[in-house]
Design a protein around this ligand. Structure first.
Ligand SMILES: Nc1nc2[nH]cc(C(=O)O)c2c(=O)[nH]1
Ligand code: SF4
Ligand SMILES: [Mg+2]
Length: 224
């Protein structure tokens, strides 16, 4: 006799769908974990719209959880970097994190920090954006592993280096971090490296918190 499994039917219809821009294997190009072999899961949409953003976060396809797990499982890598866009604002992202954790993956997130990151993340990298400085002044902070701030030379035109530095220090207080980095801004293939290292030097001379350089090494190395 033919039977219908009602439970599996209802499970299937409740399967979360994720806005997937891309899933690829590469090396973490930035920050404290630079060089770590990783699968990047890039989710669509963002709660900000930085004019120099380097990611097409609006070009995505909806994929069910099972297909996301299969795509990641095809790579022989245990470290996942959830990025975007802004992964923290994706509906049901905590179910994606829980599914990866249940399979034993180490979960990292790259977030702009305006929303709480999902529970279960093992390594939190937050990148507050100076071009939205007022929103960050209002934001609620939280403990993170890594704080990484782009030296936004465009937004600095309407403020000043001193204003940028006190904002960066305010972010370091709002997001207590194990590691702090400044990164150059890449605009039309050029990076403001001199301005970035000068700013790191000035911040470190003030002696409040220690800052180091983070480069988008994947761009320099010609990898994804
Ligand atoms: N290799 C590599 N490392 C990265 N770290 C953060 C990235 C991002 O786009 O969030 C990224 C990326 O796109 N590629
Ligand atoms: S927060 Fe990040 S992903 Fe969103 S617009 Fe800014 S740079 Fe792009
Ligand atoms: Mg990138």
């Amino acid at each position: 006799m033919k039977t219908i499994n009602i439970k599996s039917l209802s499970d299937a219809s409740d399967e979360p769908q994720f806005r997937i821009v891309e899933i690829f294997k590469s090396l973490q190009g930035e920050g404290y974990n630079t060089g770590m072999p990783s699968v990047f899961v890039r989710l669509g949409r963002c709660n900000l719209s930085c004019e120099w953003c380097d990611t097409n976060y609006e070009e995505f396809e909806y994929k069910p959880l099972s297909r996301v797990l299969a795509a990641v499982g095809a790579f022989d890598v245990r470290n996942i970097i959830l990025t975007g866009g802004e992964p923290s604002v994706h509906p049901r992202v905590e179910e994606l994190v829980a599914a990866f954790k249940a399979r034993g993956y180490f979960m990292c997130i790259e977030s702009n920090g305006l929303a709480r990151v999902p529970v279960g993340i093992d390594f939190i990298a937050i990148s507050p954006k100076y071009c939205y400085k007022e929103r960050y002044e209002q934001a609620v902070g939280f403990d993170v592993d890594e704080l990484r701030i782009v030296v936004d030379s465009v937004a600095m035109l309407s403020h000043s280096i001193d204003d940028f530095m006190s904002w960066a220090e305010a972010m370091a207080s709002k997001f207590p971090a194990k590691h702090r980095f400044l990164s150059p801004l890449e605009l039309e293939g050029q990076m403001n490296i001199l301005q970035t290292i000068e700013t790191i030097g000035k911040l470190n001379a003030k002696g409040k918190q220690r800052w180091a350089l983070s480069l988008q090494t994947h761009k320099l190395a010609g990898i994804e």
